[in-house]
Design a protein around this ligand. Structure first.
Ligand SMILES: C[S@@+](CC[C@H](N)C(=O)[O-])C[C@H]1O[C@@H](n2cnc3c(N)ncnc32)[C@H](O)[C@@H]1O
Length: 237
């Protein structure tokens, strides 16, 4: 069945272009780099080597973020509803996900699941079902990471409101994402806000973003929760 993002895939980068976004950081690399650093820092704090972890990125799109983890994580894989979004991901282990609420993977088969800018495209009434499904695929002790636009940031709201691929987007606040995780019985739920500083400023003073990570005004946020079900070795959050 054709999916919404099949229509966008051929012109995806062009459709994301916005003068404010371009002034903040040209292209998409900086946005992916920041998420990749956040993931690395999160697991470093947990003292869990990435080489021991299997990562599944749900709604992986073109696989830009996933590609950064290839050769660093023990295994990386992705899935997406849109076949067209994944056409440039031939070097990655990615597959079509035929059903929005069902991941084509066995129970407990990954240690880290992400959904990056996916949930604002998921109808609010079905979001919890998707979080529960992601939890099913998480191994005991595994981590779910949801990365989202922050609706409390006015610039984010402005850019989203005029970006064609986001015409059906319904943004979710970090508190809503945390609630979804708690309802799915994920634990040690924590949120980090990021993308306060444009690329050029960030490169000069990355410490400033670290200092602001609890202030809920960054352009995006990442919420992490842990699957303690069946885990006899419960690490801290
Ligand atoms: C804005 S794009 C983000 C792609 C990629 N994660 C990134 O950050 O570049 C949203 C993607 O989520 C996918 N998607 C939307 N709902 C989904 C669902 N229920 N399960 C899996 N993928 C979904 C879309 O097909 C699309 O490729």
């Amino acid at each position: 069945m054709p999916q919404e993002f099949d229509d966008y895939a051929g012109r995806y980068e062009e459709l994301l272009q916005d003068p404010i976004r371009e002034a903040f950081a040209p292209g998409s690399k900086f946005f992916a780099d920041r998420k990749w650093k956040l993931i690395q820092d999160f697991f470093a704090r947990q003292k869990r080597p990435l080489s021991s972890l299997r990562w599944l990125d749900v709604g992986c799109g073109k696989g830009e973020l996933l590609r950064m983890g290839k050769g660093v994580f023990g295994k990386v894989a992705g899935c997406d509803l849109s076949q067209e979004m994944m056409v440039s991901g031939g070097d990655l282990d990615i597959c079509l996900q035929p059903d929005p609420d069902r991941l084509p993977f066995a129970d407990g088969s990954f240690d880290f699941l992400t959904a990056v800018c996916v949930f604002h495209h998921v109808e609010p009434g079905t979001r919890l079902a998707l979080v529960n499904e992601m939890k099913r695929v998480l191994a005991p002790g595994g981590i779910l990471g949801i990365f989202e636009h922050n609706p409390l940031n006015p610039t984010t709201r402005l850019i989203v409101s005029r970006t064609p691929v986001d015409q059906n987007a319904i943004l979710l606040r970090a508190g809503e994402t945390e609630d979804l995780m708690r309802k799915a019985s994920l634990q040690a739920v924590e949120t980090e806000f990021f993308l306060y500083l444009p690329e050029k400023v960030y490169n000069r003073m990355p410490w400033m973003e670290a200092a602001l990570k609890s202030v809920p005004l960054g352009g995006q946020y990442a919420t992490f929760g842990r699957n303690n079900t069946g885990d006899s070795n419960q690490h801290g959050g």
